[in-house]
Design a protein around this ligand. Structure first.
Ligand SMILES: *[C@@H]1O[C@H](CO)[C@@H](O)[C@H](O)[C@H]1NC(C)=O
Ligand SMILES: *[C@@H]1O[C@H](CO)[C@@H](O)[C@H](O)[C@H]1NC(C)=O
Length: 381
């Protein structure tokens, strides 16, 4: 059942990509002088097509890979990792909770007062903090000290309405949930070993250390408030937990953003499943086994791969890897745009029309929204 839902999600991701192509095509239609570009986009749309039978083939392939990954660690393109999450929120939670989301060069701190099944989210406040450039190149201690400082300043602004029903005496420990988008190897619900710094961070140390411990000791160095990192979760699992809070039928979390990822609750789990490192993990019978799929790595010959996807992959730093992500992630829009421009130029050169060729310029992710008409140098055709 869950696999069916997930398969539907794969189909949706694919359809989203196709819909984007169609939208661009429709915009172009207005510029009828851009025949060349139109033909190119028409071909692109055709190559991207995902009729129902294609979606079914893709779904079946995903389901097969999921089963293979569950049966045998490393036996599939999908990682199928256990997440150590034992239960998901269901709306009965009460009290004050803090969260820290460290993804990219900003982080977000949030406080939330939960009032149980009837009141639900009584009040929440958050703050987005930009990490100063210098800290991206510093030490892990400097980075976590900065985060801890800003977190404590945020806690100091906690209004009395958040303290309802609590007898805060200044010594009570506040609990924090942590989400980190760097690759980490999670070993329990509140330990995660940093595999590498990504997203613009070039910090010399910290790799191989536990991110929760690093944050916890930075916060312990700050005086005044006691705060404890209660749980570390992936943004994908966080998304599912957030959905489950409102509706306990929610069993799947899917991220469709800069990259793509999915997790779900597996009801037919073999008794022992192994982590990638080969260590046995016993999932106690009472736990909800949340499986983190890492499906950006998925690849199937049924996916509608165009020459653009192929060239983008050839020119990437990891050819042959993360095929599904490269076809759906917003992170690759820039390169997709460049490859299409280059092809447009090549075709124009073939027709001895040198006008307005610039294959080297790049876009940021919002570009397609902001400047569709300028795409492919259309104004200059
Ligand atoms: C969490 O998910 C993000 C993307 O959604 C991924 O880049 C990252 O590697 C994941 N972290 C872990 C611990 O698997
Ligand atoms: C990508 O690389 C493969 C193998 O090197 C090559 O056969 C193929 O033509 C390339 N495709 C594109 C579109 O550049």
């Amino acid at each position: 059942m869950t696999q069916m839902l997930l398969s539907t999600a794969v189909a949706c991701a694919t359809v989203a990509a196709v819909a984007a192509a169609v939208m661009v095509w429709q915009k172009f239609h207005k510029h009828s002088h851009c025949d060349q570009a139109l033909v190119l986009l028409y071909e692109f749309r055709h190559a991207c097509a995902t009729p129902l039978y294609v979606l079914r083939h893709i779904s079946e392939h995903v389901a097969l890979e999921m089963q293979a990954g569950l049966n045998q660690p490393g036996g599939s393109q999908l990682m199928m990792l256990p997440t150590f999450i034992e239960k998901l929120p269901n709306g009965c939670e009460k009290g004050l909770f803090y969260a820290l989301d460290l993804s990219g060069t900003n982080f977000r701190v949030l406080r939330c007062l939960l009032g149980g099944p009837n009141a639900r989210v009584i009040k929440q406040e958050y703050e987005v903090v930009a990490i100063p450039r210098a800290l991206l190149l510093g030490t892990s201690e400097e980075l976590f000290d900065f985060i801890a400082q800003r977190l404590i300043s945020f806690i100091k602004l906690e209004g009395p309405e958040f303290q309802r029903g609590h007898n805060w005496n200044g010594h009570q420990i506040r609990e924090l949930g942590l989400t980190i988008s760097f690759p980490i190897c999670q070993t329990s619900h509140n330990t995660g070993i940093l595999i590498k710094w990504t997203e613009g961070f070039k910090i010399a140390d910290g790799v191989g250390k536990d991110v929760v411990a690093m944050l916890q000791s930075a916060m312990d160095r700050q005086k005044g408030f006691q705060i404890r990192v209660a749980v570390l979760i992936n943004d994908t699992v966080g998304t599912m937990a957030g959905g489950h809070y409102w509706n306990d039928d929610v069993m799947v979390g899917v991220i469709l953003g800069t990259n793509t990822n999915a997790c779900y609750v597996e009801c037919n789990l073999p008794e022992d499943i192994q982590t990638k490192s080969g260590k046995m993990v016993n999932i106690p019978f009472y736990t909800l086994p949340v499986i983190y799929m890492e499906w950006g790595r998925f690849w199937s010959s049924h996916l509608p791969r165009t020459y653009i996807d192929e060239q983008l992959d050839n020119e990437s730093v990891n050819p042959g890897d993360r095929g599904f992500e490269k076809m759906t992630g917003a992170m690759y829009l820039d390169q997709t745009d460049r490859v299409v421009r280059a092809e447009d130029c090549a075709q124009r050169l073939r027709h001895s029309d040198h006008a307005g060729c610039s294959a080297s310029s790049s876009i940021h992710c919002g570009y397609l929204e902001e400047n569709r008409a300028g795409w492919l140098g259309c104004d200059r055709c």
